[in-house]
Write a protein that binds this ligand. Structure first.
Ligand code: NAG
Ligand code: NAG
Length: 397
């Protein structure tokens, strides 16, 4: 160090190394440490427990205020429960198990240690738990690869095999294909007097309020999407609602076919991730009367796209994500309905459910999510490297 790091500028360049090197060793140690099922986690391992920080949005009157994990406000839950109980709502997700990859890494959450596959199944279970808690009249439909031996034996959950290519590389593309195939099937079975709405979501979300309410609150849309104020990715595909009338299903399917077409013709290079979001944004933006400025306001709006009426719902409420929650959304709105645990946040989803089962208070649980928003579990090393790289760029001439 001394030899290379003498001199003022060099010292600054090497400074990040002082932070990186010890972490490299502790991460390695962590990975080698065997975990045993049923044993309480070892405290003191900083990669193995939640680190609570300050909750974003402090002092903002329309944002959740927390004292630690105690909520000072109760989040507003829909009190006017769905008037029309005849209208069914199903939450539909695509899920596939990948058994093939060598599976050495285990993660401990609460008192349980999970392999990768077990973790994925645990997340799916928690996804269902939240829906059964907040939308007790709704069922869950899991679209999956017929070749995968997915078996879920739970009340209110059905597995629905749809042929396709569910490899990790093609999963985003397959997801849209599966949505379309599912809707086509439902349209065939549809009879005029039944209304059965569908909400397609990622399975790494916690539904914390009754989503079925949107079909009642916004009676005119065929398909609903979530948007945020982000130039590159204004639309997120993690939550797509389809009105369960013949008209709604027909027009929503036509819209999704256009998205699929844009995806395969323009965004195949992004087939592993983001391609669906880029394709969605492209289809919407190609509507001549669409004004992209609407993404900058955070209110819901309607817009005809092609032959269908599309409802745009703000991500801050319908697709809230911890990392953006700390920054972009400036805290958590009191009427948040969906928390999306993307990427390395998935573990926080399991922690949140554990917390909820011990407190039975959604608002307090949301404080846990909000104050752990900046915690990354798996990617700690990556974070440190990123910070170090940023520092170096600042220092270098
Ligand atoms: C939320 O709680 C804080 C602290 O008690 C309070 O100042 C604020 O007015 C509350 N917000 C709402 C919308 O009730
Ligand atoms: C973990 O186990 C301990 C003792 O066996 C128990 O007190 C605690 O409640 C358990 N925690 C969870 C999250 O299950």
């Amino acid at each position: 160090m001394r030899v290379f790091c003498s001199g003022w500028r060099r010292f600054l360049i090497c400074l990040p190394l002082l932070f990186i090197v010890p972490h490299l060793f502790s991460v390695k140690q962590f990975q080698q440490e065997p975990t045993k099922r049923g044993l309480p986690k070892k405290s003191g391992n900083k990669f193995d427990h939640l680190v609570l920080g300050p909750a974003a949005g402090q002092g903002l009157s329309n944002r959740l205020q927390c004292e630690g994990t105690k909520a000072l406000n109760k989040t507003q839950f829909s009190t006017n429960h769905r008037v029309n109980a005849v209208e069914l709502v199903s939450v539909v997700t695509v899920f596939s198990v990948y058994n093939s990859s060598p599976d050495a890494s285990r993660v401990t959450v609460g008192n349980t240690s999970y392999s990768k596959v077990e973790r994925a199944m645990a997340i799916l279970n928690v996804f269902v738990n939240f829906i059964q808690e907040t939308m007790p009249q709704s069922d869950v439909i899991i679209l999956t690869d017929p070749a995968s031996d997915l078996y879920v034996n739970r009340r209110g959950v059905s597995v629905y095999p749809i042929q396709g290519e569910y490899s990790r590389e093609k999963l985003m593309l397959q997801r849209i294909r599966s949505y379309i195939a599912f809707l086509e099937k439902k349209l065939k079975e549809h009879n005029q007097k039944d209304v059965h709405h569908y909400i397609f979501t990622d399975s790494d979300i916690a539904v914390v309020d009754d989503l079925g309410q949107i079909f009642h609150d916004y009676p005119d849309f065929h398909l609903a999407l979530t948007f945020r104020n982000n130039k590159q990715q204004p639309l997120n595909s993690g939550c797509i609602a389809v009105r369960g009338t013949r008209d709604g299903i027909t027009r929503a399917t036509a819209f999704l076919r256009k998205v699929l077409e844009a995806y395969t013709s323009k965004y195949m290079s992004a087939s592993r991730m983001l391609g669906d979001q880029l394709a969605l944004a492209w289809v919407v933006a190609s509507e001549p009367s669409f004004d992209v400025k609407r993404y900058t306001r955070s209110e819901p709006f309607m817009q005809d796209i092609g032959s269908g009426s599309v409802l745009f719902l703000p991500c801050a409420i319908y697709n809230w994500t911890p990392p953006e929650g700390a920054g972009q959304f400036h805290g958590m709105p009191l009427d948040v309905k969906v928390v999306h645990f993307k990427g390395s946040r998935k573990r926080l989803m399991l922690e949140s459910w554990n917390f909820y089962t011990s407190t039975a208070d959604i608002s307090d649980m949301l404080c846990l999510v909000l104050s752990s928003g900046r915690t990354k579990f798996g990617n700690r090393l990556e974070n440190i490297a990123r910070v170090a790289a940023t520092l170096m760029l600042k220092v270098l001439p």
